[in-house]
Design a protein around this ligand. Structure first.
Ligand code: ADP
Ligand code: MG
Length: 246
């Protein structure tokens, strides 16, 4: 299925913390259904970039657009955009005192005003999507890290987002658990979800991403398809970076 609609535009984003210039003018566009992986050394602004996209951090300059609507100028619509641009973090951020299904349905009830029964059905459907429906009544402390991360993906999905941002979703997990989370993400990508994924998982990036962006010192230094990354035409700096892991 071809779809050429641009869903997200990031234009010339700058962000400093005090004297530290973390993002030095980052721009790119994302088409509906694309998966884009961001790789690069730590401290180069990848998390800050994702946080600027859904305004967890306010950029100093530049704009973010979801479809024709400007996210960076959203005023009291900010919560609308936070629903439409979902986020999945390294450390899950589930509510410890709520069961898996309550974690997924709570925003459906409190933010979207859904009736409890309807919210429960939708939450269960989202848990099914990530293979966690049998764990619906368990608390986060009873789940493995991989299971907890799958619940947090279900929570993002429940908002029917246009885009999901993943910030190193498997960095806190053992290899076995990493695999089960990456499987879920791959399934979402194949189902047409638009995803921006900060990751060190090169296998995932090369097999799932439509494009790979290499970030360094607050800029996108190189970008292209996985094929271009694996051929010798582009990504020289990026290859040096990847080589450090071998
Ligand atoms: P990455 O995700 O690529 O590792 P980050 O975006 O987390 O990079 O951080 C980039 C730089 O910005 C780092 O030097 C970090 O210490 C700094 N930084 C990030 N957030 C803040 C903040 N809220 N206040 C001050 N410095 C920050
Ligand atoms: Mg980071």
């Amino acid at each position: 299925m071809e779809n050429n609609e641009t869903i997200l535009k990031v234009k010339n984003i700058h962000k400093s913390f005090g004297d530290l210039e973390v993002l030095k003018g980052v721009s790119f566009e994302v088409k509906k259904g694309e998966t884009i992986c961001f790789i690069g050394p730590s401290g180069t602004g990848k998390s800050t970039l994702l946080r600027c996209i859904n305004l967890l951090t306010q950029p100093d300059q530049g704009s973010v657009w979801l479809g024709d609507a400007e996210v960076t100028n959203s005023g009291k619509n900010i919560n609308h955009f936070r629903q439409k641009i979902g986020m999945v973090f390294q450390n899950f951020f589930l509510f410890d005192h709520l069961t898996a299904i309550r974690n997924v349905e709570i925003a459906l009830i409190k933010v979207r005003g859904m009736k409890p029964k309807e919210a429960r059905e939708k939450a269960l459907e989202e848990l099914r999507q990530v293979g966690m429906e049998e764990w619906a009544e368990h608390y986060p402390a009873e789940l493995s890290g991989g299971q907890a991360q799958r619940v947090s993906i279900a929570r993002a999905l429940a908002m029917d987002p246009d885009v999901i941002l993943f910030d190193e979703p498997t960095s806190a997990l053992d290899p076995e658990l990493t695999r089960e989370v990456l499987e879920v993400m791959k399934k979402l990508a194949l189902a047409g979800m638009t995803m921006l994924v900060v990751t060190h998982e090169m296998g995932f990036a090369c097999s799932v991403a439509n494009r790979i962006m290499f970030m360094e010192h607050g800029e996108i230094k190189e970008q292209g398809s996985p094929e271009e990354l694996m051929s010798d035409t582009k990504f020289e700096r990026c290859k040096n970076f990847i080589g450090q892991f071998d």
